[in-house]
Structures are given as C-alpha cells and as structure tokens.
Design a protein around this ligand. Sequence first.
Ligand code: ZN
Ligand code: ZN
Length: 187
Amino acid sequence: MSEERLKKFVDSVSKLKGVSYVAAGAEGLPYLVGGTERENAEYVAAVASSLYKSINDLTTTLNLGREEWSKVFYPEDYRMLMFEYDQLTVAVKYEQVLEKIIESLVNNLKRNAVVKCYRCGNELTFEVVRCPKCGTRVPFTDPTCWSCGADLRLKECPYCGTLIFNDGGKPSFITLLIYKIKRIFGG
Ligand SMILES: [Zn+2]
Ligand SMILES: [Zn+2]
C-alpha cells in the first residue's frame, strides 16, 4: 500500500516543471528516483537518510524542535524538502515558486490520502491543475488557491472535465446551480 503510494507521488511530482528530482532511499541505498537531474537524484537518494538524521540531530542540539520536514535552501531560488515516509527518507528539490504545491502534495502522501474522481475513477491525489482565476498551478486537492485565494472546492476533473469537489466527490444539483450562478455574476 504505502510503497504504491510513494511510487505515485514520485511519478507525479518528478514530472512537475520546476522539480529537479524526487529521491527516496534508506540506509545508504537509493530506492526510488525521478526527475531531470538523474545523477544527483541517485546520489541524494543514497545519502538522504544520513543527511536527514544529521539535520535533525543538529536542530535537536540547537533546541529548534522537531519538524514534520526539513528544508535546505539553495542559492538561485531552489530548495530541497526532506521528510520521512515509511522508513524511507524522501528528498524533493524544486524551484521556490513551487513551495506551496510541494508541501500540499507531501501532506497528501504523509496522511495517505486517496482522492479519486467519482465519475471517471482516475486518481487525483497528486494531480496539479491551473487555478481558473489566476492561472497559478495548484494541487487538485487544495480547497483554495494558495496564490490568489480563490475558492477552489469545485474544479473540473483534469481527466473527464466533470465539475467535482476537491475530494473527488459529486456535488449536489443545488451546489452546482449556486456555482454556475456565482460564475455568471462573478461571485
Ligand atoms: Zn488563483
Ligand atoms: Zn474524472
């Protein structure tokens, strides 16, 4: 189950424009990698668990508390987010502009969410779409746009185009009606 979840996460996230790589490994062994910087990904996957442990030891020593994840800030607007999942350490290197998207998708993985379109059955847990108001990329599962604040509880399924809730559920007739009226009057 969790192995399959992680594979889906790596597949989706490593395809996002602006993501250099996603690397998962344990105890010096690379387990799963994806992305454009393949060689770096292999290396990071191998050292991820010891690197993550070092960062955590350091923050514990400095009394900074233990976080859900750690981040490494690169020059030139790149970041690396590291977290633990099912005995593996996962590292994602991405362009800073993707920060909110990556955090949201990592949360979906960590809470083992499974979001599927009620109509076509395609999985949307790690899917990224465009906000219809401002055009920014947002995770399908997000209820609001992180950039412009638009209410995105209802969105079109990227596979079948049906208007569905961000949890994949079917909206009622009344909900759809209100949504359409609001769109017409710009609410
Ligand atoms: Zn927006
Ligand atoms: Zn669908």
